[in-house]
Design a protein around this ligand. Structure first.
Ligand SMILES: [Zn+2]
Length: 78
């Protein structure tokens, strides 16, 4: 993992607010009606419009927890 694949976001891509900031939270996702939780995902959250931006690392983590990917590539990076 290198630093170069980290997103650097200073303004919200949706509303342009500079209040967007990086947070780390447990997020809840749904796959085929099944709810699953991905713990401690780092992403950008805009308090102005509610936009959430997930970077590559976050997407990989979400994938690793998704029921859709459990058999194929879960925990490859662990
Ligand atoms: Zn926004």
């Amino acid at each position: 993992m290198t630093m170069s694949d980290k997103l650097q976001i200073k303004t919200c891509p949706t509303c342009g607010s500079d209040k967007i900031r990086r947070v780390t939270r447990d997020i809840t996702r749904k796959y085929k009606g099944q709810t699953y939780i991905v713990p401690k995902v780092g992403f950008y959250d805009c308090p102005n419009c509610g936009e959430k931006v997930y970077d590559h690392e976050a997407m990989q983590k979400i994938k690793a927890h998704s029921p859709a990917y459990h058999k194929a590539e879960a925990l490859v990076e662990a």
